[in-house]
Design a binder for this molecule. Structure first.
Ligand code: HSE
Length: 303
């Protein structure tokens, strides 16, 4: 018996909510295969594909998928009686800002849970998935794994208690995600961040986050556009992304509601009020990257 799971890429932070907001996109996504084995107990990773010239650890405790699967098995008390083989097929680059490590962790947790007859809900496996992702970036935050597991836009009231809210999505809201060929590890992108936020900056950000959430509930896309601002993280991280200012400007000039860094970067996202516009905005962003000599991939998706 075998279970195959598609785990979508995600856009975390969404400009207004560092570590507490994220949404899933249709593609790309990782594929995880889980099957039972009678030859051992616990979790083994048998195959990892799609990593190009990079090597991901096969060792379970150092691999996001392996760790998520093992923690789940341990929670169910089955680590000494059940054996599970995992295949991890990476279909998106890591260090991309697309939630690659989160996708592998979420895919593995869902695959193992399904293989065992779905004893836990998606919400209940979130904790083990975050533990898996933590292996890659050293911090405990669910803004990629939550939307990867449950879809849509998710708001995290607390990363400590994993109190997750599903937010409504206005009809026709689409995203262009552009992944430039630059690699930034989340760990490194977190290291550049200051621990403190000036009060005035916090006030701006709180106003934007509140207004963004209000705009989702009221289908107010102009308000959503005005709200999509990152006063705290973007100014500290944008220098890691060649061409950031030009790409953001190109997206806004072409009609995007807003544009910022996807997760820890270097991918950038732009929200748009139609799929057609998202395609055009994405192409304008790619052209701006190319002017700085940076090749990129474009993904357009409804949210
Ligand atoms: N919120 C996280 C960050 C997402 O921006 O560092 C990447 O894992």
């Amino acid at each position: 018996q075998e279970v195959r799971v598609f785990a979508p890429a995600t856009v975390a932070n969404v400009a207004v909510g560092f570590d507490i907001l994220g949404f899933a996109i249709q593609r790309p996504g990782d594929e995880i295969v889980a099957r039972r084995s009678t030859e051992f107990t616990g979790v083994r990773i048998t195959t990892i594909t799609g990593t190009g010239d990079k090597v991901l650890p096969l060792e379970v405790e150092r691999n996001t998928a392996g760790t998520a699967a093992l923690r789940l098995l341990e929670h169910l008390g089955l680590q000494d009686s059940v054996g599970i083989e995992l295949e991890v097929h990476k279909r998106m680059p890591f260090g991309s800002g697309l939630g690659s490590s989160a996708a592998s962790a979420a895919g593995a947790a869902v695959a193992v849970n399904t293989l065992l007859g779905s004893p836990l809900t998606r919400e209940a496996i979130l904790y083990f998935t975050v533990l898996g992702e933590e292996v890659a970036d050293g911090s405990f935050h669910a803004d990629n794994v939550a939307p990867c597991l449950v879809g849509g836009i998710t708001l995290i009231r607390s990363n400590e208690s994993l109190d997750i809210q599903h937010l409504p999505v206005p009809a026709n809201l689409h995203v262009a995600v552009v992944h430039p060929e630059i690699e930034i590890l989340t760990r490194d992108a977190r290291a550049v961040l200051s621990d403190t936020v000036p009060l005035k900056t916090a006030i701006h950000q709180l106003g934007s986050l509140g207004s963004f959430v209000a705009a989702l509930y009221t289908n107010d896309l102009p308000l959503l556009g005005r709200s999509l601002r990152d006063y705290i993280i973007e100014p500290q991280r944008k220098q890691l992304i060649t061409g950031f200012d030009e790409v953001q400007q190109a997206a806004l000039e072409r009609g995007a509601l807003g544009c910022s860094i996807s997760g820890a970067g270097p991918s950038m996202f732009a929200l748009c009020d139609s799929g057609y516009l998202a395609q055009a905005v994405g192409q304008a962003m790619q052209a701006a990257f190319q002017q700085r000599g940076v090749e990129s991939q474009l993904y357009v998706s409804p949210i």
